[in-house]
Design a protein around this ligand. Structure first.
Ligand SMILES: [Zn+2]
Length: 414
């Protein structure tokens, strides 16, 4: 295939991806009902429901504007050979073929971050603030950015350098060597995320002695779940939205509860949320997720070897010579449809896992406190409780609330 033919495919995929996203977002927003639907009558109060509709619409508008901007920028750069132009510009200053790709991606990252920062600022300090969610100060916002840059340089930089090195030195064998390296890296990150990365952004403190802790310990003994690590995270530093999650394997495993979650829920509700997280662990969801992403990375690298050395890809992006970074961008777009399909499968599995974790919590602790916790969470977060089925299929990693409540009912009535 020639560079031009590749370019047409790349432009078509970029346009198609944008179009599909917009159609699904549009269907979802049209699906909102002005009047409080009967199914939600015992969940949302009228005024809260109206607020949730406004919040969904405001988010959809904002999402449309940001994706239109980024689509226009990338489509324009692709159509007019912009990436090739940037390559030539940088190549006059950086002659080393090992450094050029790093400088190229670094420059793209910084430029896109400068362009998107005003939107992130608007989202945090205007949109989220208008609905009472934002707790981030300007100081936290700026420090988050600086820490993100630091992590990008410390973790992303060496990984990218290793990848470029292997591509240049190992030929087609790069794929499995880098796959091994990536697997080791992501295993390390999975195990140590909550002890190494999370504390850079948040303060984690062990759950204090008291009614909640003793109730959790009692439950943990019952289900034989060794629990040494229940941490409270200062989620309130950024947002009033709340959450809980599980992290790590083996001895490093930890349950993290947001302080905002503890604030708003009863002891029974909190134990049921913890029971749900324990369910994820007992049902091997954490391990399953890790294996799935390892296989996906392997598949991507395996496919990459067939096309990544083809200079026509560089020509497609406006280059006049083979450049590995131009080829990588082209590959990322060509791989888009496969990545979308894998994402759909991943979301499907994740939704199934959520039902399993809910079922586990219902059987080992009780369905009612879990239902009540899930309702409170959704209402507080102004969630869209009746999303369009296609929107759920494409974007949801968790099933919508009503389906979860019904599934819990079914288990209770068994
Ligand atoms: Zn879950």
């Amino acid at each position: 295939m020639t560079g031009n033919e590749f370019l047409y495919i790349i432009l078509a995929l970029t346009g198609l991806g944008f179009l599909i996203d917009q159609v699904i977002d549009y269907l979802n927003i049209k699906y909102l009902k002005e009047e409080l639907p009967g199914e939600l009558a015992n969940i949302y109060e009228e005024s809260k429901y109206q607020k949730s509709i406004q919040y969904q619409r405001a988010n959809a508008r904002f999402g449309f504007i940001t994706s239109l901007m980024s689509f226009t920028a990338s489509f324009g750069l692709l159509a007019f050979g912009g990436f090739g132009w940037i390559h030539r510009l940088l190549a006059t200053y950086v002659t080393s073929t090992s450094w050029l790709p790093l400088v190229f991606f670094g420059a793209l990252f910084i430029t896109s971050d400068i362009l998107t920062t005003p939107f992130q600022w608007y989202n945090t300090f205007r949109l989220e603030a208008r609905y009472g969610f934002n707790k981030t100060t300007l100081r936290t916002f700026i420090f988050d950015k600086l820490k993100g840059y630091g992590l990008g340089v410390l973790l992303g930089g060496p990984l990218l350098a290793l990848f470029i090195f292997l591509l240049n030195q190992m030929g087609k064998d790069f794929w499995w060597i880098f796959w091994l390296a990536m697997t080791a890296f992501s295993l390390f990150m999975n195990v140590f995320y909550s002890s190494l990365i999370l504390p850079i952004f948040n303060k984690l403190t062990p759950l204090q002695d008291g009614n909640l802790k003793s109730s959790i310990e009692e439950y943990a003994r019952k289900v034989d779940f060794p629990l040494t690590n229940i941490l409270v995270m200062d989620g309130s530093r950024r947002s009033s939205k709340s959450n809980a999650f599980f992290s790590g394997f083996g001895k490093q495993k930890k349950v993290v509860l947001f302080d905002t979650l503890i604030e708003k829920h009863s002891t029974d509700e909190l134990v049921s949320v913890l029971a749900h997280e324990v369910g994820h662990y007992k049902k091997q969801h954490i391990l399953g997720g890790f294996l799935l992403s390892t296989v996906q990375t392997g598949l991507m690298l395996f496919l990459m070897q067939f096309i990544i050395f083809n200079e026509e890809l560089s020509f497609a992006l406006g280059g006049t010579e083979y450049a590995i970074h131009l080829n990588l961008i082209a590959f990322a777009i060509l791989y888009g449809p496969i990545s979308t399909i894998l994402g759909l499968i991943g979301n499907y599995i994740s939704r199934k896992n959520e039902y399993e974790a809910d079922a586990y919590a219902t059987r080992t602790f009780g369905g009612e406190p879990l239902q009540s916790a899930l309702k409170k969470l959704s209402v507080h977060n102004l969630s869209n409780l009746m999303p369009h089925p296609w929107y759920v299929f494409f974007n949801f990693s968790h099933p919508p609330l009503l389906q979860r409540l019904k599934a819990i009912d079914r288990i209770q009535n068994l």
